[in-house]
Design a protein around this ligand. Structure first.
Ligand code: ZN
Length: 468
């Protein structure tokens, strides 16, 4: 049964600015020309988070740093977990789960979960990457996820990710790597050599046409490995493996005449990771009541979530069960908790494109800076059902933010998210929501500068409003 739209009694509403009210504020030092209040503080903070996070590993590092500053303690999955209350975080490579359990009785009220993903489509360095042609030194790359291939052309690209290094004891350890110098470039073919390209469209064969150049001259075996070894200050033979990817070096920015838009890479889905983190950070001080707030930021969504650290892994169910066990509850209590839990899967949503309005459902037009988007698909490519929709609508009402509802055109296939897989893994009602954006899966995406603040407010509400 749905609870009414009342503000939950344990939420100190009076202490929160009502975002809805603030919309009529006049232009001031932080307002823009149309009298819309400036909510770009969050957008600027988001930009910082995105630029700190060129790879999923760096996104998790940046998230962990923020959580550490707020007193979250990192737990080792291979160790015994301390009993009793606390704020904790668990990390597996490019995935992270964090929660606040200030009172062990809260596990009896279930979990309120916000999920997002840390990975984005990009180009990744092959194991034996050294190649070349026509006097150029080049690196072989694989396409990761559903990238818009053309968006990687004619950009200055850096490299980031992690490397496995031999250590002194005969084993190996992992180290993050980030090179922000313009190392790679994929030059487009001149129009004089492809006269029809503007009429017939650009066709790219990823094996042939996406090989970045990174120098001039002949390529010797091991050149990339030697470069990497020099960057890390180790010997080439100490490098045992890598997960390295290219990233756009152009800094993210507020753009447009009133700076109402954010131009950045990886908005899908670091904007949701950022909003999830901020929702957890913005929760009012512990009251000892209500479900346990949890955020999970997963790697590998763009390739289907099936991995040891993806949303289709045992990571989240295992962590939730161990939270119950650490709260001195038995396995039965874990299942009782799941039966009282809810999840919001937060991922990019398609704003209506001004140049392609026909690609969008006419009755479900989505605007940037128009508030969070509730995503519905009757074939459950999105996990939203009526109960989940109600909870999220109440959360938006409570936060004073507008809510938009999205469905894809009936004659177009629908994308998906970690929502359905998380719902299936946990058996927990899940709602798919997100921040409206354009150019999804481009190396450079675009969203509204007011939407991050609106999404944070809605998600903070979601952590607190009563569920069905
Ligand atoms: Zn996504």
């Amino acid at each position: 049964m749905l609870h009414g739209g009342r503000r939950p009694s344990h939420s100190p509403a009076a202490s929160r600015p009502g975002l809805g009210e603030a919309r009529t504020a006049p232009r001031g030092p932080t307002g823009n020309l149309r009298g819309v209040p400036d909510r770009s503080e969050e957008a600027r903070d988001l930009i910082e988070f995105i630029d700190e996070s060129p790879s999923p590993f760096h996104a998790v590092q940046a998230a962990a740093r923020r959580l550490h500053d707020l007193g979250f303690e990192r737990l080792d999955e291979a160790a015994n977990w301390p009993p009793g209350p606390g704020r904790h975080v668990v990390i597996r490579g490019g995935s992270l789960v964090a929660w606040i359990c200030d009172d062990s009785r809260r596990v009896e009220e279930g979990f309120r979960i916000i999920g997002a993903h840390t990975d984005s489509p990009n180009l990744r360095i092959k194991p034996n990457p050294d190649t070349g042609a026509a006097g150029f030194r080049q690196l072989g790359v694989e396409v990761y996820g559903g990238a818009l291939l053309n968006s990687w052309l004619d950009r200055d690209l850096g490299l980031s990710g992690r490397v496995a290094l031999r250590d002194g004891s005969g084993g190996a350890h992992l180290q993050l790597v980030r090179v922000d110098r313009p190392l790679l470039r994929i030059p487009q073919l001149a129009i004089h050599l492809d006269r029809g390209v503007n009429e017939t469209g650009l066709k790219l064969n990823p094996q042939q046409h996406l090989v970045p150049v990174w120098g001039v001259g002949s390529t010797g075996e091991g050149t990339f490995q030697r470069f990497l070894a020099d960057e890390l200050g180790v010997g080439p033979d100490d490098i045992l493996g890598w997960e390295l990817m290219a990233h756009d070096l152009c800094p993210s920015a507020l753009v447009g005449v009133d700076e109402e838009l954010v131009s950045a890479p990886r908005i899908d889905n670091l904007a949701s990771c950022y909003a999830a983190l901020r929702a957890l950070e913005d929760l009012p001080p512990a009251t000892g009541a209500g479900p346990v707030p949890v955020i999970c930021l997963f790697d590998h969504e763009e390739i289907g979530s099936q991995s040891a650290r993806g949303a289709d892994s045992t990571m989240l169910p295992t962590v939730l069960e161990r939270i119950c066990l650490a709260a001195a509850r038995e396995r039965e209590a874990f299942h009782r908790s799941l039966a009282r839990s809810m999840c919001a899967s937060v991922d990019g949503a398609h704003a209506t494109h001004p140049n392609y309005p026909d690609r969008h459902e006419p009755q479900h037009q989505i605007r940037v800076n128009g508030g969070p988007v509730l995503k519905v698909n009757s074939n459950v490519r999105y996990a939203t059902d009526a109960a989940g929709a109600a909870t999220f609508a109440l959360a938006c009402e409570w936060a004073g933010v507008p809510l938009q509802r999205f469905v894809t055109r009936t004659d177009l296939p629908c994308g998906s998210t970690i929502g359905p897989v998380t719902a299936a893994r946990l058996g927990v009602p899940t709602v798919d929501v997100g921040l409206p954006q354009l150019a999804m899966h481009s190396a450079r995406e675009l969203c509204g500068a007011a939407d991050p603040a609106l999404l944070i407010a809605a998600l903070t509400g979601f952590l607190e409003v009563p569920g069905p």
